[in-house]
Design a protein around this ligand. Structure first.
Ligand SMILES: C[S@@+](CC[C@H](N)C(=O)[O-])C[C@H]1O[C@@H](n2cnc3c(N)ncnc32)[C@H](O)[C@@H]1O
Length: 278
């Protein structure tokens, strides 16, 4: 495998892979909804870009069934070893993985669909990646991208503490040159790739007071992002207080009876061969 692009911001340490699994559980209903609406069906042969711990590949495997198959691509050998272990534990025989960078992998198509969740964000030119993989999809097949619109995340009603935590997260992405609003811009990315997104739809999840999801998600991503936040002078380790952040976040949400709104998961999909002025 050759890698010519900038290193992946979130690395893929074991703690980060566990965080991906937890995040995937929170995103599962939205992900399944988007994949179904986009037309992922039994029997399809599907490519999953930036498969990470394998969660999207597993959702797809469930939808395509034993007659279909999924190939997950990732540039991280550690992530793929993790995903392969989970595949075996689930007894799935229709999921396989390719260790490669999205910018130079050579694959033999055609595929019935290409999907990717939270991966275009990490590529310097998302439209270039999308165009490349859309070229592997047969006419009538689908291209599906799912990305965050991060500004939606926070407490309802809004609090200074909630805004501070959300600010640290979006700031870390921005200071790394990554677009926290990419989900909201997917239609433009599809257009720049020469594709016509038939639908761009954001799905929102709300977690009630007492639900630990928000505290775990916010603390998990900040733990991964701490080196960026400290290096860029955005926050000190003392300000972040990661050792106690999860408890403080949970208590804050519960005591003030706040709802935690997850970042919006935006899905965009189009059918290959469809004209842009549909
Ligand atoms: C945030 S994770 C998302 C994982 C999975 N799609 C999900 O939603 O749970 C992004 C994944 O994309 C992979 N990735 C990032 N840039 C890549 C590239 N240029 N080529 C291949 N994989 C890449 C990372 O290694 C990581 O596993």
């Amino acid at each position: 495998m050759t890698t010519t692009e900038t290193p992946y911001l979130l690395r893929n340490e074991p703690d980060e892979l566990r965080r991906l699994e937890e995040q995937a559980a929170a995103l599962a209903p939205a992900t399944r909804t988007i994949l179904r609406l986009a037309g992922i069906r039994p029997g399809m042969r599907v490519l999953d870009l930036g498969t990470g711990a394998g969660d999207v590949a597993f959702e797809v495997a469930d939808l395509v069934g034993p007659e279909g198959s999924v190939v997950g691509i990732d540039s991280s050998a550690r992530a793929l070893a993790w995903a392969a272990g989970r595949t075996e534990a689930r007894g799935l025989t229709n999921v396989s993985f390719v260790h490669a960078d999205l910018h130079d992998v050579r694959l033999t198509g055609p595929f019935d669909a290409v999907v990717g969740r939270l991966v275009l964000l990490y590529t310097p030119e998302p439209a270039r990646v999308l165009r490349r993989f859309a070229g592997l999809v047969r006419p009538g097949g689908v291209v599906v991208a799912m990305e965050y619109e991060m500004s939606a995340a926070g407490m309802l009603p809004s609090t200074r503490f909630g805004e501070q935590v959300a600010h640290w997260i979006t700031e870390a992405f921005e200071r790394s040159g990554l677009d926290p609003l990419l989900g909201a811009r997917l239609e433009a990315v599809f257009g720049a790739a020469g594709l016509a997104p038939a639908v761009v739809l954001g799905l929102q999840s709300y977690r009630q007071p007492g639900d630990p999801t928000g505290a775990r998600m916010a603390t998990g991503i900040l733990r991964t992002l701490e080196p960026v936040l400290v290096r860029t002078g955005t926050a000190t380790p003392e300000e972040l207080g990661l050792d106690t952040l999860e408890q403080r976040f949970h208590r804050h949400q519960t005591d003030l009876e706040l709802v935690f709104r997850l970042p919006t998961l935006v899905g965009a999909w189009t059918t290959i061969g469809q004209s842009r002025d549909h």
